[in-house]
Design a protein around this ligand. Structure first.
Ligand SMILES: [Zn+2]
Length: 138
């Protein structure tokens, strides 16, 4: 299966989850999720788990930074310290899983560094990007 096909499946499968996360972002100018489709499954699971604890929690931003997932959120008012701690653990778990998941296709990956990029990728996506470094997929 080509990367495009894989990404199409991921985008379709997690479209509702990604929309749900997007709807939690307040500011209109950053109404986006800046990670590749390979991490959508992680985002969906994270949002689901956070929603169980705090259905009204807000998302500030979701992005990739230095090859890692950053899931910035804020609990709604009135959420107990205990629940807030649980929410933090959920997000830390997600960020840990992302370090082992290819951001492009969702296969198992690891952090790769080169002169132009730091990305968590599987070997296949890494070689694809090495061939076309200027055509990085987002
Ligand atoms: Zn990959």
């Amino acid at each position: 299966m080509s990367l495009k096909d894989k990404q199409h499946i991921l985008c379709t499968e997690y479209a509702a989850d990604v929309d749900n996360i997007r709807a939690r972002i307040d500011s209109s100018d950053e109404h986006e999720i800046f990670v590749g489709p390979g991490w959508y499954g992680i985002l969906a699971a994270t949002n689901y788990a956070l929603n169980v604890i705090d259905p009204d929690y807000k998302v500030t931003q979701v992005k990739e930074k230095l090859g890692g997932l950053r899931y910035y959120y804020s609990p709604s008012t009135g959420v107990s310290k205990h629940d807030q701690l649980q929410m933090r653990e959920i997000v830390e778990d997600a960020e840990r899983v992302a370090w082992q998941t290819c951001e492009e296709c969702g296969d198992s990956g690891r952090l790769h560094k080169n002169s132009w990029n730091v990305k968590t990728l599987c070997e296949e996506c890494l070689s694809r990007q090495s061939e076309h470094p200027e055509k990085e997929v987002h």
